[in-house]
Design a protein around this ligand. Structure first.
Ligand code: KG4
Ligand code: ZN
Length: 334
């Protein structure tokens, strides 16, 4: 089935075309430059930027895939979770297209999209698997028994891992979004230089707010005085603290549930050190690891089209009164 996917849950306007589980195009218009001067996403600005970008992004996705609008057989759109104003732009566009073209529409959960990104690769996992969804808003481990069968095993009690990266970058005046910058700077640093805390040992849940406070306390003690030469060591140690708990708790979930396959997805899965440490842990534990390519880890519409195609093929349909949901936990559905 030829499916157009639309994603606008945060600060990326994205459209993609997927057919029979294969990605034919993947276009992303990032708003990072606009929001970076405010140190984070400004929801009102994000909505307006989505309106400007959405039509050209869709046109580009169709042209890259080599198809016209009239050939599209179904539309998949992110319904939530995310910024309500941003979601509504994608949703309104998707509904208008579905109505004008008289084709089916399906609203999908963004987190389910992140997990499904892994099926756009050559080598794909088999069910059941454990999935760590690690992004700017979420840090959740699920037991995934089938495409729509999710069981939450662990989640963050406060900040998400991506948020921990972003907040640290703000404290260190490194700009927004923090994950990519810290990933780069940390490459030259010693991950053991600063002893940052690893919280909630022994629990399936995560907590990252203490880590951020510990960085803040360290900076305050020094009168916020640190040199550029120290940055690689500080960021590498901070990054290591995040990655260590992500790897440890995911591996424990894998063992506790007697699973042999693990999927790591979401924006933070783009992190170089995380990919390295997960690869080591998977090798040591004889577990198959699946992480989407970097461009499919951060927000994109190919993952939305991928899960949308599966849902549409299974007969899922949404009506034109479909509404956005800003907070929408991922639970098993039909
Ligand atoms: O999945 P995503 O694009 O959007 C959400 O659904 O939240 O994830 C965005 C998050 C941000 O917090 C960003 O700092 C983080 O992913 N991120 C990274 C990297 N690239 C993006 N974190 C660490 N290392 C990266 N390379
Ligand atoms: Zn996301």
């Amino acid at each position: 089935m030829l499916v157009l996917g639309i994603e606008s849950s945060c600060d990326e306007t994205a459209a993609a075309v997927v057919k029979d589980g294969k990605m034919l195009s993947n276009v992303i218009a990032s708003q990072i430059k606009v929001h970076s001067k405010y140190g984070g996403v400004v929801p009102e600005i994000a909505s307006r930027k989505h309106i400007e970008a959405i039509n050209p992004v869709i046109e580009q996705a169709l042209s890259d895939a080599g198809f016209g609008l009239k050939e599209i057989e179904g539309i998949a759109v992110t319904r939530g979770p995310g910024l309500i104003g941003s979601l509504l732009i994608g949703l309104a566009t998707a509904k208008a297209l579905a109505y004008a073209l008289n084709i089916p529409l399906v609203g999908v959960n963004h987190l389910e999209g992140h997990i499904t990104a892994v099926f756009l690769a050559e080598k794909v996992p088999e069910f059941p698997f454990a999935a760590l969804v690690v992004s700017g808003g979420h840090t959740n481990i699920y037991l995934v028994k089938n495409y729509h069968d999710f069981q939450l095993i662990g989640q963050t009690r406060d900040d998400a891992a991506g948020e921990a990266f972003d907040k640290a970058a703000k404290l260190l005046n490194l700009g927004y979004p923090g994950g990519v910058v810290i990933d780069k700077i940390a490459k030259g640093g010693n991950p053991q230089a600063v002893a940052f805390p690893r919280a909630m040992k022994g629990s399936a849940d995560f907590s990252f707010s203490g880590l951020k406070t510990s960085l803040l306390t360290m900076l305050k003690k020094r009168g916020r005085d640190f040199s550029a030469e120290e940055l690689p060591d500080i960021t590498a140690s901070y990054q290591e603290a995040i990655v260590d708990v992500l790897v440890e708790k995911t591996m424990r979930a894998v063992q506790d549930n007697d699973i042999r396959q693990v999927v790591v997805c979401g924006g933070v899965a783009a992190n170089g050190r995380l990919r390295e440490k997960f690869a080591d842990a998977a090798f040591k534990n004889k577990i198959d690891l699946f992480i989407p390519q970097v461009i499919l880890c951060t927000d994109n519409a190919a993952m939305i089209a991928a899960i949308g195609e599966i849902m549409l093929t299974n007969g899922c349909r949404d009506s034109l009164d479909l509404n956005a949901i800003s907070r929408w936990p991922l639970v098993a559905h039909s």
